[in-house]
Design a protein around this ligand. Structure first.
Ligand SMILES: [Zn+2]
Length: 381
């Protein structure tokens, strides 16, 4: 596997800040006009790190005091000159995150050449170890690539003076809105018809009604307050008649997650443990206005612009809606068998479509055409 090497520094010569600075000065080409950029030029300028005054005269180069300081600083870091790095930082703390050619910082140069103590000093002075060069490499990437393990280990630590931390270390787990798993999907129960039937008529079971993939929600009376939308929740009696209609799609979403029983009540019998409520999604594409009349809440609607309105739900409800929408969208698009084109019927609590043509190949073995993709897609229109 090939890997992109840092463009500054090669196996032939150690990385030298003079190469980095080749393009650092903003007017180098304008001022010098015909500056050669071949290897010999690089070599010449590599040697000039100790002959800066002469070079300045011969090249007639206008360099501001600040640029000169940055050049010295990057050069010192590149050479591993801890004393000079420290001295320059004392006089000019702002040098610490300055960059040379292609975005290379002093930290990157020190990391490239394996100068542990310089890297350590830069970190303790609060440098930004997350900045990237023109090739999107951090100092850590560079040290790791060039085999300076002691330096890469140092850079991967989080207890230095840096303000931020490496992603994935002690950063909280990243979460997607619409990605929260509020319910335990209990997919093994999808084929347990007796359990599902009992759950459907259970008094605690929650039904959500969807029309054209939009869930019925109740909005705050005064929209200017920016309050949350809430899902309208129904009991079995309120949707019982809908479940009998052939055009209704019923999807078992899962059961509410509950904390494990505390150890103080180990004697609780299985019968004594109440099962958490189950949730179902009811999808209907017709009679949206009639459906709204079923709700006792005020200000109910099926949001017309789900991309915007669904963002007003709580994260818990948004996760449920995303899951339901993804399955309902699949049903709305795959009404017919992708293998033979025949009609299909719902199975497995709304998580499978089976072909009604008994001769269809999709009935033999397991086929991905019979199941929805399982990633949630809240933004399906
Ligand atoms: Zn078929």
């Amino acid at each position: 596997m090939s890997r992109q090497r840092p463009e500054v520094g090669s196996e032939q010569f150690k990385c030298d800040s003079s190469q980095v600075l080749h393009q650092f000065r903003p007017f180098n080409n304008d001022v010098t006009g015909n500056r050669p950029r071949d290897a010999a030029d690089l070599h010449t300028r590599r040697d000039r790190s100790v002959k800066t005054p002469q070079r300045s005269r011969t090249m007639n180069f206008q360099v501001s005091a600040q640029e000169e300081a940055v050049e010295k600083f990057l050069d010192a870091a590149s050479r591993g000159d801890l004393t000079q790095v420290s001295t320059l930082l004392t006089h000019g703390p702002s040098l610490i995150n300055q960059t040379g050619n292609n975005g290379w910082t002093a930290l990157m140069l020190a990391a490239r050449n394996g100068h542990f103590h310089v890297v350590e000093a830069l970190l303790s002075n609060g440098c930004d170890k997350f900045s990237v060069n023109g090739s999107a490499q951090t100092a850590y990437d560079i040290a790791k690539f060039w085999g300076h393990k002691h330096v890469s280990n140092l850079l991967s630590r989080t207890d230095d003076g840096c303000q931020r931390v490496l992603p994935g270390c002690d950063l909280g787990q990243q979460e997607n809105y619409f990605g929260r798993e509020t319910l335990d999907r209990l997919s093994a129960k999808r084929t347990d018809k007796a359990w599902l039937e009992a759950k459907q008529s259970d008094a605690d079971t929650v039904y959500l009604i969807f029309s054209k993939l939009s869930p019925m929600v109740t909005s705050p009376q005064d929209d200017s307050t920016g309050g949350e939308n809430k899902l309208c929740r129904f009991r079995f009696e309120a949707v019982q008649d809908l479940l009998q209609k052939p055009a209704t799609v019923l999807v078992f979403l899962g059961v509410e997650r509950r904390k494990k029983p505390s150890s103080s009540s180990p004697s609780q019998t299985k019968e004594g443990v109440q099962e958490p409520p189950a949730w179902f999604a009811v999808g209907r594409d017709e009679d949206a206005a009639e459906l709204l009349k079923r709700c006792r809440e005020k200000n109910c609607s099926f949001p017309k612009a789900p991309n915007r309105d669904l963002l007003k739900l709580s994260e818990e409800e948004a996760g449920v809606v995303a899951q339901a929408r993804s399955v309902l969208a699949w049903h709305s698009r795959y009404s017919f068998c992708p293998t033979c084109g025949s009609s299909t019927k719902l199975e497995e609590a709304g998580h499978k479509r089976s072909c009604l043509n008994s001769a269809c190949r999709s009935l033999q073995g397991v086929h991905n055409t019979c199941y929805p993709r399982i990633e949630t897609s809240p933004l399906i229109d």
